[in-house]
Design a protein around this ligand. Structure first.
Ligand SMILES: [Zn+2]
Length: 420
């Protein structure tokens, strides 16, 4: 082996030097380290320096491997007489209090846990699952703590289904940056109220101009109560979902009414019919056109559904209202009760739809957040720990790592201070 000086250089802990190296039977490398220079010791709880040592005890920490060999650091940890706190242990620069792994090792594990399951990361770094999970939590908490508190103009409130059965959760997100803010069980008024009070402060709430949500009544009530300045913008995808349901009802009715013709052309066309015209290509278009030629009412309903898209293209609320009136007028002699019901529904909610003119929230972000949440839940195969799940969702939606430089920011031996 090289000299101890070289080993100190490889170890790379600025305040410590290598005193001795030992090999264990299982291939583990034990590195004994000692402090450099004559300094007084730092109290672990208050940070004061003191020279009064009460006693000392050898302790070990697992560290990053040297060329795939697992490494254990051995250091004699002092207990001090602190003027402020009494008997306390000394603070060491390379590890958090009570941790059995060094900080840089935990950071590496925590970072790996963001791109692989915790069990996988635990095996890779030869630590227990519990140790990997604790490292991951410490890593994410440190990242979350160091982030600036932003004041988003646009919020998203949505519900997600978790697990089997009717178990719903409310998700609060920042639509400007596309990040999850918080998660709360249930989809009641209370769940959203808790999210808005616990996860945001008064200054953040005051900055909100618009909240994008579905037509769910409890959410609208809470927004009116807690964010009086903010307006509710209805999520386009939810409105379109209602339109597709209406079209599906028409299809079902037509199957009953125009039996033989529909059976010939309309069998197995449900998903094709519910797709948007611009996403259909080639032979599928021909199929759909044949269906429309056989049934004009279905054609009419399809066109009406497609036209509804224009609700989100107007610059003024009057424009939206005029368009909607025209759309409802066009229905008059069509005898399509399902579409008329849709017209009534849209009319009833037109204020929240037209609010889009003044607050162009990013509908696509709402969808992409939902997709990310589902992916995280699937990869974790469900998660019991709520706080951990929220942290993981924040990380996954904020996507703080986009380059090699970003990775280096998270593997900083002195801890994490300058993080976004
Ligand atoms: Zn102290």
């Amino acid at each position: 082996m090289g000299s101890l000086r070289d080993c100190t250089w490889i170890l790379g802990l600025t305040e410590y030097r290598v005193v001795e190296l030992a090999r264990e039977d299982d291939g583990r490398l034990v590195i004994e380290i000692e402090r450099r220079g004559i300094q007084r010791y730092v109290c672990a709880s208050c940070g004061r320096r003191t020279g009064r040592v009460r006693d000392a005890k050898v302790r070990t920490w697992d560290d990053l491997p040297w060329a795939e060999r697992p490494v254990t650091l051995r250091y004699t940890l002092r207990r001090l007489w602190c003027r402020q706190c009494g008997i306390r242990t000394e603070r060491v620069g390379f590890a958090d209090p009570h941790a059995r792994l060094t900080r840089r090792f935990r950071q590496r594990i925590g970072l790996d846990c963001q791109s692989m399951p915790t069990s996988h990361a635990a095996v890779r770094h030869a630590v227990s699952w519990g140790a990997a999970r604790r490292a991951e939590r410490a890593f994410l908490e440190a990242w979350d703590r160091a982030r600036p508190r932003r004041r988003p103009r646009h919020l998203g409130v949505d519900e997600i289904q978790r697990g089997k059965g009717q178990q719903f959760w409310t998700v609060l997100s920042d639509l400007v940056r596309g990040e999850v803010i918080g998660l709360q069980q249930d989809r009641s008024e209370d769940s959203l109220r808790t999210l808005l009070t616990d996860r945001m402060d008064a200054r953040q709430r005051a900055a909100v101009e618009a909240v994008c949500s579905d037509m769910h009544r409890p959410y609208r009530n809470v927004v009116a109560e807690m964010l009086p300045r903010a307006e509710v913008v209805f999520d386009k995808f939810h409105v379109c979902q209602h339109a597709s349901d209406a079209l599906d009802d028409v299809r079902r009715q037509e199957f009953f009414r125009a039996g033989a013709v529909m059976r010939q052309h309309g069998r197995g066309k449900r998903w094709l019919l519910l797709r948007r015209w611009k996403t259909i290509r080639g032979s599928k278009r021909t199929e759909l056109q044949a269906l429309f030629a056989a049934n004009r009412r279905l054609f009419k309903a399809y066109v009406l559904r497609e036209q509804l898209d224009r609700l989100w293209t107007y610059k003024t609320r009057t424009g939206v209202l005029n368009f909607l009136n025209g759309w409802i007028d066009a229905l008059r002699w069509q005898r399509l009760p399902e579409m008329e019901k849709l017209g009534e529904f849209v009319f009833k909610h037109v204020e929240g739809i037209a609010a889009y003119c003044d607050h162009p929230v990013r509908f696509g972000v709402v969808e992409s957040i939902n997709t990310t949440i589902k992916a995280v839940l699937r990869r974790a195969r469900g998660m019991r720990d709520e706080a951990m799940l929220v942290l993981k969702l924040k990380w996954a939606t904020a996507r703080p790592i986009r380059s090699a430089r970003d990775v280096m920011r998270f593997l900083h031996p002195e801890g994490m201070h300058s993080l976004r």
